[in-house]
Design a protein around this ligand. Structure first.
Ligand SMILES: Nc1ncnc2c1ncn2[C@@H]1O[C@H](COP(=O)(O)OP(=O)(O)OP(=O)(O)O)[C@@H](O)[C@H]1O
Ligand SMILES: [Mg+2]
Length: 1110
C-alpha cells in the first residue's frame, strides 16, 4: 500500500463512532445511543470491526448510486464511512485477489432488511466485476432470479410487506479473473402452511395476487380463473392489496425475469397452472355422508372446482375424488382402505395444496439453478450470500419458529466461532500474545436442539416414528424427561420440577433460553408438521396426472416404486441441510451484515429504543464488540497509521525516511503512550483501548488545526505573494505598455509638428525658389521684351533709316527728276511754248485713258446677261467711269440677248415674267417652275384620237391641256380630269372617255386661291349669280399650278372687258361646294409624312391639306 493512498479514514467526520469497537465507555446504553445518533443522521451503517450493522431506513436513501459504487470501489475497508459496499468490496477483492472463498451472512429479524442487503451486495459485485456479453448475461440471470423467487417465496406479513418465507443461500461462482460464471441457490424450509391459511393482516404468497391482477383475460380464461380475490378460499381478504405494491406490474416483472433466467414458455405456463390448481383446490368443499358402519364419509360438495382443477392438471376426476374420500394403508403387503371423514378430507386437501406449492417452489429453485449453473468445470471461486429468516419470537410460536430459531442459533454459533478464530489467527499472524477472551458460547443451546441422542429434534423424530398413539403431549412428556436437566430448557412439568410454580409457562409449552432470549413454544402441531404427511392415494393420484411437472413433483406416487419406508421428517431434513450449510460456511471467509429494524411501523426516521435494544441483545452485538475488544480494540497497518499520526512528532513530521514500524515506535514513544496500551504486530499496530486511539485522534485534530493554520498561513503568504508578484508583473507590463503608448503619443506629436515645421519650411523654400524663378522669368521676359523693343527699335530705326533713305533716294530721285525736269525745262524752255504744260498733261491723261480702254477691251466679261464679273478698276480717279461702263455694258448685253428672241419665245418669257410677278417669293412651289418651260398642251389633243370629241368642243385656240386632279370634297381624294383652257373658257373632262364634265366661261371666274406652300392645290371660285356658280367652286390640284394660273391670269388680263382675275395666296380659304362652304386649311406636316401632299376631310367644314416641310 502506498502512503499516498490513505487519504481519508473512517475516523474522519464521524457521527457518533463509526466503529462500535471504539465506543467509550462501552455499555448497552451508549451502544444504542450511538446507533440512534447515527440513524438520525441517515448513517444507517455502523461497524463492529469488520461486521456491518445495517439499520433499515424504510425509505430510499441516495447512497446506492453508481457514483457511490465508484467511491467504494477498490478502497480500504476503514477508509470511508461505513457502508455495505465497503464490505462487499472487501469480500469481492479478497475473493478475487487472495483466492479466498467468501460468504456473506445476513441476519436480522423479519423486516430488518436482509433481502435488500443481499440484493445490494449482489448488485455491487455485479457492478464492479468484469464486463462482456457472456458475463453480463450471467449477471443478469443471477440478479433476475431474485424477483422470481420473491414472487413465489415472499408474502406480506404483519412485520414486512415483502417478507421472505424461505431461507436462501446463494453461491455465486467466479472464474480466476473474478468474472461471474454462474451460481447455485439453496432454499430452506418454505413456510408452506401460509398456502392454506394466513394470520390476520397477512397475505398468501405474492404470486397468487400477481397472477389474478396481472394476467390477461385470455390467460385467466385458460387457467379457469376469475380476477376477484374473494372467490378463493385460500386468499385472505383483509389485505389483498398492499400499499406500494403493484401486483399487476410485478407480475409483468416476474414473467420478464423468468424469461431472462431461461424459463421456456410452456414451463411458465405449467407453473401458472399449478398456481391456479392450488387456488381451485382451496375452493373444494366437503360434506359428510353417513355410512352403514356408523361413520361419516366425506363427499365433495360442489364438483365444479374439482373438475376444473383436474382439467388444469390433467388428473382423472374420479381418482382424485376417491382420494378425498378414502385412504389406503399398506402394511405388510396388505392394503386396507379406510374412509375419510370431513375433517380428514380437509386435512388431506390442505396437505395436498401445501405439498403441491412447496414442491413446485423447490422445482423452481432447481430450474433456476439449472439455468444459472456455471457452464465450465474449471475451478471456481465462490461467494455465498445467506439471506435467512431471522430469529422470531411470536406470541404463539410453533414448529416453524422452533426450526427458524434453531437455524439462527447455528448461525450465531458459526459467527462466534469464526469471529474468534479470525481474531486468534490475526494475533498469531501478527505475532501478538493471545489473551483468552470470555464470551457466551451458544454451542450448548445447539446441543440441546440437535444432539443426536437427546436433542429435541431427535426426540421429536423418535416420537414420530414410534408405533402406537403419538401426540404432541407425548412428545412434550418425553422432553420433560430427557431435557429436564438442561440449563436452557424450561418446562412446567420437567423432571427437576424447577418450574412447577412458573405460571408464565403453560402446560402444553416448553421454553428455550436462546442466545437471543427466551422463546415459549407450543407443542401443538409439532408432530404433524414434523411428519409432513401426504396420503399415498393423493400422491399417486398426482403422479398419474397428465401434466409435465406432476411426475417430477410427486415421485413417491409412482406405483412401481412403492416405498414403505417413511420419508425423512421435516426436522431431520432441516437439520441435515443446516448441517451442510454450516460445513459449507466454515470453509469460507465470513462477512457479516447484521440487520436491525428501527421500529415496528415500517416508518422512516422512527427509532424505537426498546425494539432496537432487544435486537441488539439477541443478535449478540454487545458480545460481538466485547469479543472484538477482548484483545485489542483497534489495529491498523503501520503505513497508514504513521501517515495519519506523523504530524504528532517532530521526528516523523513531515517525512519519515525509515521503516514505517520504526516511525510508529518513535511516534508513540514521543507521545508517551503507556507501553501496555499497544503491541507491535508484524504489519500492524494493535491498540488496546479506544481511549488511546481517541487520545491520538484528539492530538491529531489539534495538530491538524495548528497545521491547518500553518498551511493556511503559508498558503495565504504564498497566495498574497503570488498575487503581489502577479500585480508587480502586471504593473511592469502595464507600465511598459503605458510608456510605450506615451512615447508613441509624444513621437506622433513631434512627428506631426516636425511635418508642420518641415512643410512650412519647404513651403517657404519653395516660395523662395518660386519667387526666384518668377523673378528670373520676369527678368527673362523683361530682357526679351527689352530685346524685342530694342530689336523693334533697331528695326524701326533701321526701317526709318531705310525709309528715310528711300525717301531721300526718292526725294533725290524726285528732286533729281524735278531738277532734271527743271533742267530739261530750262534747257528745253527755249524750245517749247508757254502752254505746253497743259498739253502734256492732257496728252498724259489721254495716254492713260487709251491704255485703260485697251485693257478693258481685252478683259471684257462674257455676253451672258447673268454673268456678274467685271474687271478691276486700274485708277482711282476712273471709279465713276468704270461703274457706268459696267451698267452700260450690262444693258447693252441684255438688249443684244433680247434682240435674238422670236415672238413665241417672247410670249413664253412674258408668261414666265407674269408668273414671277404673281408667285415669286409668295408661293414655295414657284422656284421649281422657273426652269420648266410652259408647254401649254401636254396632251397633244389634236393628235390623240381618243380626244377627238374634245376638239369639237374647242372652237377656240387651246391654251393649255393637261391632266389634273379634281379634289373630291367628300373625302379629299383626287380624281383625274383633263383640264383644257381656251381664251374664253376652261373645260374639265373625263380622262378616259374624254367626256366633258364642265365647261366654264372664263368671265364667270371670280378668283383663284392657292396656298403659300409647295403644293399644287388651287380653288377656282366662280362669281355669285352666274350660271356656272350653281355647280360650285372647283378645288383642283396640279403640279403645273404655276403655269395653269399664270395662263388663267393672262387670259383675263388680255381681254379688256373683264376685270383681271385676282389670285389670293393664303393658307386658309373657303370653297363654295354647291350649298356649303368648306374651309381648306394648309398645315405643315411632320417629317414622317415624307414629301407627299395629302388632303384629308376633317369634318363637314374642314379639309386639311398637309404639306411637306420646306
Ligand atoms: N437499505 C434499505 N434502504 C431502503 N429501504 C430498505 C432498506 N432495507 C430494507 N428496506 C425496506 O424494508 C423492507 C423490508 O426489507 P427486507 O424485505 O429486506 O426485510 P427482510 O429482513 O428480508 O425481512 P424478512 O425476514 O421478512 O424477509 C423492504 O421492503 C424495504 O422497503
Ligand atoms: Mg427477506
Amino acid at each position: 500500500m502506498s502512503k499516498m493512498e490513505v487519504k481519508t479514514s473512517l475516523l474522519d467526520n464521524m457521527i457518533g463512532v463509526g466503529d462500535m469497537v471504539l465506543l467509550e465507555p462501552l455499555s448497552e446504553e451508549t451502544f444504542i445511543d450511538n446507533l440512534q445518533k447515527r440513524f438520525s443522521h441517515n448513517e444507517i451503517y455502523t461497524y463492529i470491526g469488520s461486521v456491518v450493522i445495517s439499520m433499515n431506513p424504510y425509505r430510499s436513501l441516495p447512497i446506492y448510486t453508481a457514483d457511490k459504487v465508484e467511491e467504494y470501489r477498490n478502497r480500504n475497508f476503514y477508509e470511508l464511512s461505513p457502508h455495505i459496499y465497503a464490505l462487499s468490496d472487501e469480500a469481492y477483492r479478497s475473493l478475487r485477489d487472495q483466492d479466498k472463498d467468501q460468504c456473506i451472512l445476513i441476519t436480522g429479524e423479519s423486516g430488518a432488511g436482509k433481502t435488500e442487503a443481499s440484493k445490494l451486495v449482489m448488485s455491487y459485485v455485479a457492478a464492479v466485476c468484469g464486463k462482456g456479453h457472456e458475463v453480463n448475461k450471467v449477471k443478469e440471470q443471477l440478479l433476475q432470479s431474485n424477483p422470481v423467487l420473491e414472487a413465489f417465496g415472499n408474502a406480506k406479513t404483519v412485520r414486512n410487506d415483502n417478507s421472505s418465507r424461505f431461507g436462501k443461500y446463494m453461491d455465486i461462482e467466479f472464474d480466476f479473473k473474478g468474472d461471474p460464471l454462474g451460481g447455485v441457490i439453496s432454499n430452506y424450509l418454505l413456510e408452506k402452511s401460509r398456502v392454506v391459511k394466513q394470520p390476520r393482516g397477512e397475505r398468501n404468497f405474492h404470486i397468487f395476487y400477481q397472477l389474478l391482477s396481472g394476467a390477461s383475460e385470455d390467460m385467466l380464461k385458460k387457467l379457469k380463473l376469475g380476477r376477484d380475490f374473494s372467490k378463493y378460499n385460500y386468499l385472505s381478504l383483509d389485505s389483498a392489496t398492499v400499499n406500494g405494491l403493484d401486483d399487476a406490474a410485478n407480475f409483468r416483472t416476474v414473467r420478464n425475469a423468468m424469461q431472462i433466467v431461461g424459463f421456456l414458455e410452456d414451463e411458465v405456463q405449467s407453473v401458472l397452472e399449478l398456481v391456479a390448481a392450488v387456488l381451485k383446490l382451496g375452493n373444494i368443499e366437503f360434506k359428510p355422508e353417513s355410512r352403514a358402519n356408523g361413520f361419516d364419509e366425506s363427499r365433495v360438495k360442489d364438483k365444479n372446482d374439482l373438475k376444473e382443477m383436474c382439467e388444469l392438471l390433467g388428473i382423472e376426476q374420479l381418482v382424485l375424488e376417491r382420494a378425498f374420500s378414502f385412504r389406503t394403508v399398506e402394511a405388510k403387503m396388505e392394503k386396507v382402505s379406510t374412509t375419510l371423514n370431513v375433517a380428514q378430507a380437509y386435512y388431506a386437501r390442505d396437505a395436498l395444496a401445501k405439498n403441491l406449492y412447496s414442491r413446485m417452489f423447490s422445482w423452481l429453485v432447481n430450474r433456476i439453478n439449472e439455468s444459472i449453473k456455471a457452464k465450465t468445470k474449471a475451478r471456481k471461486k465462490v461467494m455465498g450470500v445467506l439471506d435467512i429468516y431471522g430469529f422470531e419470537i411470536f406470541e404463539d410460536n410453533s414448529f416453524e419458529q422452533f426450526i427458524i430459531n434453531y437455524c439462527n442459533e447455528k448461525l450465531q454459533q458459526i459467527f462466534i466461532e469464526l469471529t474468534l478464530r479470525e481474531e486468534q489467527e490475526e494475533y498469531v499472524r501478527e505475532g501478538i500474545e493471545w489473551t483468552n477472551i470470555e464470551y457466551f458460547n451458544n454451542a450448548i443451546i445447539c446441543e440441546l436442539i440437535e444432539n443426536n441422542q437427546n436433542g429435541i429434534l431427535a426426540m421429536l423424530d423418535e416420537e414420530c416414528l414410534r408405533p402406537g398413539t403419538v401426540t404432541d403431549e407425548t412428545f412434550l412428556d418425553k422432553l420433560n424427561t430427557v431435557c429436564a436437566e438442561h440449563q436452557h430448557f424450561e418446562s412446567r412439568l420437567s423432571k427437576n420440577s424447577k418450574f412447577l410454580t412458573d405460571h408464565s409457562l403453560p402446560h402444553n409449552c416448553f421454553r428455550i433460553q436462546h442466545y437471543a432470549g427466551k422463546v415459549l413454544y407450543q407443542v401443538e402441531g409439532f408432530v404433524d408438521k414434523n411428519n409432513d404427511l401426504l396420503y399415498r392415494d393423493l400422491s399417486q393420484a398426482m403422479y398419474k396426472a397428465n401434466h409435465s411437472l406432476m411426475k417430477l413433483l410427486f415421485p413417491e406416487g409412482n406405483p412401481a416404486k412403492v416405498n414403505l419406508k417413511r420419508p425423512p421428517t421435516a426436522g431431520f431434513q432441516f437439520k441435515a441441510s443446516v448441517g451442510t450449510l454450516m460445513r459449507n460456511l466454515q470453509t469460507k471467509n465470513p462477512n457479516y451484515i447484521r440487520c436491525i429494524k428501527p421500529n415496528d411501523k415500517k416508518a422512516a426516521q422512527v427509532f424505537s429504543e426498546s425494539l432496537v435494544s432487544h435486537q441488539v441483545r439477541y443478535l449478540g452485538l454487545m458480545e460481538n464488540v466485547r469479543v472484538r475488544r477482548a484483545g485489542y480494540a483497534f489495529r491498523q497497518a503501520y503505513e497508514p497509521c504513521l501517515e495519519r499520526y506523523k504530524m504528532l512528532c517532530k521526528q516523523t513530521w513531515p517525512h519519515w525516511k525509515d521503516l514505517a514500524r520504526k516511525g510508529v515506535e518513535v511516534l508513540l514513544k514521543d507521545l508517551k503512550v503507556p507501553e501496555e496500551e499497544f503491541s507491535y504486530g508484524r504489519s500492524k499496530i494493535f491498540i488496546r483501548n479506544p481511549r488511546t486511539l481517541f487520545f491520538l485522534e484528539e492530538r491529531r485534530r489539534q495538530c491538524l488545526e495548528d497545521l491547518a493554520t500553518l498551511i493556511q498561513k503559508i498558503y495565504r503568504g504564498w497566495k498574497r505573494r503570488t498575487h503581489f508578484l502577479l500585480l508587480k508583473k502586471s504593473q511592469v507590463v502595464v507600465a511598459a505598455w503605458y510608456r510605450r503608448y506615451a512615447q508613441q503619443q509624444k513621437y506622433q506629436k513631434i512627428k506631426s509638428s516636425t511635418i508642420v515645421v518641415q512643410s512650412f519650411i519647404r513651403g517657404w523654400k519653395a516660395r523662395k525658389i518660386l519667387r526666384e524663378l518668377k523673378y528670373q522669368k520676369r527678368c527673362k521676359e523683361a530682357v526679351t521684351t527689352i530685346a524685342a523693343y530694342w530689336h523693334g527699335m533697331q528695326a524701326r530705326r533701321e526701317l526709318k533709316r531705310l525709309k528715310e533713305e528711300a525717301r531721300r533716294k526718292h526725294a533725290v530721285a524726285v528732286i533729281w527728276a524735278y531738277w532734271l525736269g527743271l533742267k530739261v525745262r530750262r534747257e528745253y524752255r527755249k524750245f517749247f511754248r508757254a502752254n505746253a504744260g497743259k498739253k502734256i498733261y492732257d496728252f498724259t491723261i489721254q495716254k492713260i485713258m487709251q491704255k485703260y480702254f485697251f485693257d478693258l477691251k481685252n478683259t471684257m466679261p462674257s455676253m451672258s446677261p447673268i454673268d456678274k464679273s467685271w474687271p478691276a478698276r486700274p485708277f482711282l480717279f476712273l471709279e465713276g467711269t468704270h461703274q457706268q461702263l459696267r451698267s452700260i455694258f450690262h444693258l447693252w448685253r441684255c438688249k443684244q440677248y433680247r434682240d435674238q428672241f422670236t415672238e413665241e419665245k417672247k410670249a413664253i418669257y412674258e408668261e414666265k415674267l407674269e408668273a414671277s410677278k404673281l408667285f415669286k417669293d409668295k408661293k414655295a412651289l414657284y422656284p421649281s417652275s422657273v426652269g420648266q418651260p410652259f408647254k401649254g398642251d401636254y396632251l397633244d389633243i389634236n393628235k390623240n384620237p381618243k380626244y377627238q370629241k374634245l376638239n369639237i368642243v374647242m372652237d377656240e385656240k387651246l391654251l393649255l391641256a393637261d391632266v389634273i386632279n379634281k379634289v373630291n370634297r367628300a373625302n379629299g381624294k383626287g380624281a383625274s380630269r383633263i383640264f383644257l383652257l381656251t381664251k374664253k373658257n376652261f373645260v374639265l373632262a373625263d380622262q378616259k372617255t374624254g367626256q366633258v364634265k364642265a365647261s366654264i366661261p372664263l368671265p364667270d371666274l371670280s378668283s383663284v386661291s392657292v396656298s403659300s406652300h409647295n403644293d399644287g392645290f388651287f380653288a377656282l371660285k366662280l362669281k355669285q349669280g352666274t350660271a356656272s356658280a350653281a355647280k360650285g367652286d372647283f378645288l383642283l390640284s396640279s403640279d403645273r399650278l404655276i403655269e395653269i394660273i399664270t395662263k388663267l391670269h393672262r387670259t383675263g388680263a388680255a381681254s379688256s372687258d373683264r376685270e383681271p382675275l385676282s389670285v389670293d395666296i393664303s393658307d386658309e380659304f373657303l370653297v363654295q361646294f354647291k350649298q356649303d362652304k368648306v374651309c381648306v386649311k394648309f398645315v405643315q406636316g411632320g417629317p414622317k409624312n415624307g414629301n407627299s401632299v395629302t388632303c384629308k376631310r376633317k369634318n363637314n367644314r374642314l379639309l386639311e391639306v398637309s404639306v411637306p416641310p420646306p
